[in-house]
Design a protein around this ligand. Structure first.
Ligand code: TTP
Ligand code: MG
Length: 436
């Protein structure tokens, strides 16, 4: 960067110059979740939606796999239109293209989303979750521009390796550019917009890609002969101001890449947890228990450093194909006791000792903070459990159990050391433990 001579560095197209933002958006998310538990659907045209059963054709498409999109099926489309364009596979085989249809199972997708978000929280200190399959990460303190692409690739790789779904990622100095970038090369996309490139990156885009330009404004701008962000950036700002008032200037600045928004975190954490994925499902009881001990120690240590006491201790075992099992036990009062965490975690995990397990985790919830400080955080389900009591939940292909949802609003999984330096995936296939 060059010095302006006045002691300040040049701005980044009007954005915050030192910010590195990742926007992560999962590819055909609901369909990807269905494929996790039904791997035969991989590579097939797949529609997730409601109302496709015979005699029940009122409903809409939630999402379609990219194979189904090739047939003209898309989100929010009437299910009847989707069925016309892509008949169900179950229909008599008349040689036409056909696809698979599955109903929406939001509880299951939320479980998978929590897995993904846990990785995101592990990869960044500041995460803003904006929807079930989308989040912004401020990774300024974790990487630099010269290695930002490697860092982003690492995040993508972890999501794919540990959860089995694919994300598209955009990297940019502003939120709006990062969002457009994540969408640019979908599916499996990774697009980096470096500081100084934002305005050029926006220039060829339709004006509706400019943050704040909706269909109504877009129509007015088109009437003025402004079709692209580049046209808007090159327009006379005074003319825009006389047409749109103050907003005109704002749109002009945004078209030139200006966006000084910071990534603001979604909300207060509710729990602390550590997880670790195996490259392949592990049956060996000792290996799983060793890992669980390490996770118990790490999460208890984290709680201790945060000054947090906990009343509920839980474990997670993800079994093939991707069933998320959680077990938890609540104590009569809050404790801070690493040995107890390990002991209870091992007890709760005992039923999985002989099962193949893809991932293990330990979680502390119902947090309160020491030193008489008012508890900042609430428990994961608000249920008052007096006395020790075990809770369990399994989410599987038959749908989730209604009780004890896994609420990983703040879940920090074990940290790969390489997250810090943006090397490739951990070749040992198992995430390592590191302090964070
Ligand atoms: P999107 O991220 O918009 O779409 P997507 O993940 O299916 O596909 P891609 O990102 O690869 O383009 O939305 C995330 C999920 O939200 C999607 O899987 C299903 C749900 N959804 C609806 O239920 N209705 C809708 O109209 C849209 C757009 C999404
Ligand atoms: Mg998506």
């Amino acid at each position: 960067m060059t010095d302006r001579g006045d002691g300040t560095l040049p701005g980044v197209d009007g954005g915050a110059p030192d910010q590195i933002v990742l926007h992560v958006d999962m590819d055909c998310f609901y369909a990807a979740c269905e494929r996790l538990r039904e791997p035969e659907l991989e590579g097939e045209p797949l529609v997730v939606g409601m109302g496709y059963e015979p005699g029940d054709d009122i409903g809409a498409v939630a999402t379609a796999s990219y194979e189904a999109r090739e047939h003209g099926v898309e989100s929010a489309q009437a299910i009847s239109t989707a069925l016309e364009r892509l008949p169900r596979k179950a229909d008599p085989d008349n040689g036409d293209p056909a696809g698979y249809y599955r109903p929406v199972d939001l509880d299951y997708y939320s479980e998978i989303a929590a897995e993904v978000k846990a990785i995101l929280h592990d990869c960044a200190d500041v995460v803003r979750e904006v929807s079930i399959d989308e989040a912004y990460l401020d990774v300024t303190d974790r990487t630099g521009w010269s290695v930002a692409e490697g860092f982003a690739r690492h995040v993508k790789n972890r999501i794919e390796r540990e959860v089995g779904v694919v994300a598209s990622v955009g990297v940019a100095p502003t939120l709006s550019a990062a969002k457009v970038a994540s969408d640019r090369d979908k599916p499996d996309g990774l697009v980096v917009v470096e500081p100084g490139e934002v305005a050029d990156f926006f220039a060829p885009l339709d004006i509706e890609a400019v943050h704040g330009v909706g269909p109504v404004t877009a129509r007015e701008l088109r009437e003025m002969g402004i079709e692209t962000a580049g046209d808007l950036a090159a327009a006379d700002p005074h003319e825009l101001e006389s047409r749109f008032g103050e907003r005109g200037r704002e749109l002009y600045d945004r078209a030139r890449g200006a966006d000084d928004r910071a990534v603001t975190p979604t909300g207060d954490p509710k729990s602390l947890s550590r997880e670790s994925a195996f490259a392949e499902a592990v049956e060996d009881a000792d290996r799983k228990r060793d890992q669980l001990r390490a996770l118990a120690e790490a999460v208890a240590d984290r709680a201790s450093r945060e000054g947090a006491q906990y009343r509920t201790i839980g474990v997670k075992a993800v079994t093939p194909p991707y069933d998320i099992n959680t077990r938890e036990r609540s104590l009569p009062g809050p404790v801070e006791d690493a040995d107890l965490v390990e002991e209870i975690a091992l007890e709760l995990f005992a039923e999985f000792d002989d099962e193949p397990v893809r991932k293990v985790g330990v979680r502390l919830s119902n947090l309160s903070f020491a030193g008489g400080e008012q508890a900042r955080l609430t428990g994961w389900d608000g249920v008052d459990r007096s006395g020790a009591e075990d809770q369990q939940a399994t989410v599987d292909a038959d749908g989730p159990a209604a009780d004890a949802p896994v609420d990983d609003a703040e879940t920090a999984t074990d940290e790969d050391a390489e997250v810090q330096d943006a090397n490739g995936p951990n070749t040992a296939g198992q995430s390592s433990l590191a302090d964070f």
